[in-house]
Design a protein around this ligand. Sequence first.
Ligand code: GLC
Ligand code: GLC
Length: 818
Amino acid sequence: MRYGHFDDEQREYVIERPDTPLPWINYLGCEDHFGIISNTGGGYSFYRDARLRRLTRYRYNSTPLDTGGRCLYLRDDAAEVGATPLVWSPSWQPVRRELDQYECRHGMGYTLIRSRLQGIEADIRYFVPLGDSLEIWEVTIANRRSRPANLSLFAAVEFCLWDALDDASNFQRNLSVGEVEVVEGVIYHKSEYRERRNHFAFFACSAEVAGFDTQREAFLGPYRGWESPSGVQAGLLSNSIAHGWQPIGAQHTRLQLKPDEAKTVVFLLGYHENPPDDKFDPAGSQVLSKRSLTPIIARYRQPQEVEAAFLALRHYWDELLGKLSVTTPDPHTNRMVNIWNVYQVMTTFNLSRSASYFESGVGRGMGFRDSNQDLLGFVHLAPERARQRILDLAATQLPSGGAYHQYQPLTKLGNNDIGSGFNDDPLWLVLSLAAYIKETADWDILDEPVPYDSNPELAEPLYGHLQRSMQYTLDRLGPHGLPLIGRADWNDCLNLNSFSDTPGESFQTTTNKDGKVAESVFIAGLFVLAAQEMVGIARHRGEADAFSDAASKIEDAIWAAGWDGAWFRRAYDDSGNPIGSKECEEGQIFIEPQGVCVMAGLGVEDGRAQRALDAVADRLATVHGIVLHQPAYSRYYLHLGEISSYPPGYKENAGIFCHTNPWIMIAETRIGRGDRAYDYYLRINPSTREDLSDVHRCEPYVYAQMIAGRDAPAHGEAKNSWLTGSAAWNYVAITQWILGIRPTFEGLEVAPVMPSTWDGFKAERYFRGVRYLIQVERTGPGNEIRLEVDGHPIEGTVVTLPPVGTQEVRVIAKVGPG
Ligand code: GLC
Ligand code: GLC
């Protein structure tokens, strides 16, 4: 069953009823200021860092689900005195009074909620304008009754005292530090501004206000919730000024509307910083200086400015989404490639794994592995930002070549609490950097001096970072000549050195073994893949390539110890026993090494790749996607760690990780099986799962990290939507391997391995400043490619760069029998 539909023309997903199986969310903001918004206005806002600069509170485990957030209330003031007034939320929550009509449209960086009750229409537009640090809620109320309407409109937010973790725990202090100012319809939240902070939040209203509240208890009334604040019920706020306790911003404005009259009120929820030496006005007082903010608020109080900012945002997305667009025979593919998958890739690039409805914003910053992979999908959208991200990531790398697993976006410093020693981490930097250079040909980046451990004294050209990334693996080889796994590899939960038997201990940072035995076949495959990129880079620099000998030794080690006869093994445990082998009782075959080893080309020539992929099809593929391993671990194994802590079928214990599925899609294209690659693609494509929304439950417009595997009672149910490497990898699999349009160091390659039923497709790709118009035509079965560039046949599948000044290149690709 469905809860909405796609509007591809508008690039929106339209939710038709408010009670979706889970809150279906969207993101506001694409630079520094972000908001998470659900289809009923839930969620929270922050500046850059969801933990350290949180503007508003959110309670993840609250009931009812998704309460709090952006609260709007309408009250019919004409109701008879004494009668219970008619009060509702035009976004349904938090009041949850049934609406006569409701629709939520999530678009690119904005959300629209429209509703109607008893002839009163509300039309709300939420977005963050480019260039400013604030969230706009533009609320238009229209009276469709035949008589005049007297209404009150209330808007409310609950402020967070900045550090979201401290806010939720340090009550002995926090209940006494809250401070606000209210001036001319603007509520300023300035907790801790008196001391070391030079930032504050504000909540402004464009209309004349009839009253406000800033103390939560005054607004809600004691022992009452957001669904029925006493101030809203009474139609009158108390102008409370918060001192300590719980500062909020609640605004009240009255609307008198003739029949068919509409009025627009703009609320602004924002963040502002003052120079540290110019915090107060007058200087020496404790009054917040509003000088630099006032013009910004004045601007967005005007509806025409709001409209202009909205158009600018739409234009920004038009540009980004125009970098690659495709027209294939399949609408699911088209809408994911052209709209939603790119959008999700950008969201993961901005937020890594920090803030979603499954990531609380306080736990995880920017993952080293995660961010490098997100970049693979993002790099063509905004290469400048990708460049900066690579430099930021590399600057947190350790002199050993290893990496902190995460860094905080606000400080850009490695996060020691999460630690390091995930031995695959550094290799992802090689992959992301190669992707960046292939896209841009910016070879100079390799000569940029970049610190280690954020220490400028330890700077070295970026190229050196790559070499240390590679050397890090070679310095850590185990008994079979395979890379030692360290804390874990891509599978964070395969903790072969953890041996944790203490409740609550972090699997990710606990190490009770010296780590000299447990090895990873996955890292071995990843090393071979990375070494191929290093060869391309060294060749261009005219240097001897330093890693292909090492890579062939590792390949030998894979064949000697990592091949199980019909598939690749996964790892060796601390006792030197194989994991992911027919010898094992549980966990006999894993998806990851089949994906990465075949992507690196292993066994492609001699049929072993095909055997491994056939084993995946036989043992791991389900209608809902490919599970991580089989059989699932039925109990906790001390020597395997977190992977076996999950009940069978969930998460790393044989869940369907949408992140790894595309590796198999790519691997299938490597052996020419386009039908199978595409079949796997469709199984987890969110749009194809829209009809199953009551099984899938998460948003049908974005990938989730995980879909419950066949061992779980809820097989097919998705979790952890939005912030997942699934976004980038699925995008890479479909665009670069199935549709086959991929940047290389030498130019743009066009080599589709597409479904046999397709006659062809069209694509438009901007690449290094040139617009490529690509037309693919099937001439018969098979994957042989013959290219014509601007009417002339060329050798091979790579279209080299045209002469400088060329703006457009036409490519025809004929696909068929050899
Ligand atoms: C999560 C993590 C990612 C990891 C994966 C498998 O998606 O963000 O880094 O590779 O889980 O454990
Ligand atoms: C947990 C999650 C895993 C994630 C890791 C990151 O182990 O299950 O998916 O990668 O945390 O810290």
